[in-house]
Design a protein around this ligand. Structure first.
Ligand SMILES: NC(=O)c1ccc[n+]([C@@H]2O[C@H](COP(=O)([O-])OP(=O)(O)OC[C@H]3O[C@@H](n4cnc5c(N)ncnc54)[C@H](OP(=O)(O)O)[C@@H]3O)[C@@H](O)[C@H]2O)c1
Length: 277
């Protein structure tokens, strides 16, 4: 069994990576920081360390995403589980060198492109899975498909985050729609409100609320449980495309279930990423 995971250098992803390592024969640790990646690999047993390959990837740099997928393709001909876990909330509007709003690129576009370029490997596995780490924040989304990069409106850090976490669920459902018949299973999840590096740099009202909730947050070990459950368990095929919380299916917002929205997101994502597809 072969696993690839983004964001394994901190928080929920680091715990999922460590705990899943013994259950896989080959692991692709996809990260943007080589020294953090090395330290993370060294936390494993000597035997498990041998299974891991570090793949450099900055999800906000689309060229690097393409190269990361290519590099995985040079090392394996199939992939059983892809965990799209990396992400975060950005305090200020920042535009990547490719012209995308940073939160959109880090949480959605990078993963859309990575999954696209890994699809042949995934479909070469007998029961491939893609797991997308979303959030209950998706319920606060206010999507404007005509201006996904905030060119013509005021930037809101929280709304941008809520939107991309909705995109994680819409993307999951599109994957189930488009590749379910070919055997692909896709799941999205909310990990809980977890004490990690997430949100540490946010200020404003969201930052205030985040700091206020710190004493009630769960540990990264708790927060990684649903990801680990989805990666390891055999899930009923009728639940393909579902959103999970506490290792159980949960009804997401009505927007998250909208076919019109997921089709539009797919279309806009392809349009924005045309150069790298
Ligand atoms: N914490 C929560 O309460 C909470 C709640 C709901 C959902 N989530 C979601 O859970 C996921 C994991 O977050 P976390 O709480 O574990 O946060 P975290 O501790 O900040 O970890 C985020 C991970 O994403 C990686 N990452 C960020 N930007 C990247 C980029 N451009 N390219 C490659 N990797 C990048 C980080 O790499 P570096 O180590 O290099 O920074 C790190 O490994 C995120 O998708 C987040 O939206 C978290």
């Amino acid at each position: 069994m072969k696993l690839a995971i983004t964001g394994p250098t901190s928080g929920i992803g680091a715990v999922a990576f460590s705990q899943l390592a013994p259950h896989f024969n080959e692991i692709f640790l996809i990260a943007r920081n080589a020294s953090k990646a090395k330290k993370q690999i060294e936390t494993l047993s000597t035997q498990d360390q041998k299974k891991v390959t570090f793949i450099y990837c900055d999800l906000t740099d689309m060229e690097s995403v393409v190269l990361a997928a290519k590099s995985i393709g040079e090392k394996t001909s199939s992939l059983d589980v892809l965990i799209n876990n990396a992400g975060g909330i950005f305090q200020n509007k920042e535009i990547t060198k490719d012209g995308f709003e940073m939160g959109l690129a880090a949480n959605h576009l990078g993963h859309f492109l990575l999954t696209h370029h890994l699809m042949t490997l995934l479909l070469a596995s007998p029961r491939p899975k893609v797991i997308n780490v979303s959030s209950e924040a998706h319920r606060a989304a206010k999507v404007d498909f005509d201006d996904l990069n905030y060119a013509n409106k005021k930037f809101s850090s929280f709304v941008s985050y809520a939107n991309v976490k909705l995109f994680n669920i819409l993307f999951t459902k599109s994957l189930a729609d488009k590749f379910g018949d070919a055997g692909l299973q896709a799941y999205a999840l909310h990990p809980g409100v977890v004490k990690t590096n997430f949100g540490k740099e946010t200020s404003g009202f969201f930052g205030f609320l985040w700091k206020l909730s710190a004493p009630f947050m769960i540990t990264a070990e708790e927060g990684a449980k649903t990801t680990i459950y989805l990666a390891k368990s055999k899930i009923d095929s009728l639940k393909n495309g579902y959103y999970f919380k506490k290792s159980k299916p949960l009804k997401p917002s009505s927007e998250a279930n909208s076919k019109k929205m997921r089709d539009r997101l797919w279309q806009e994502s392809e349009k924005m990423l045309a150069k790298w597809l």
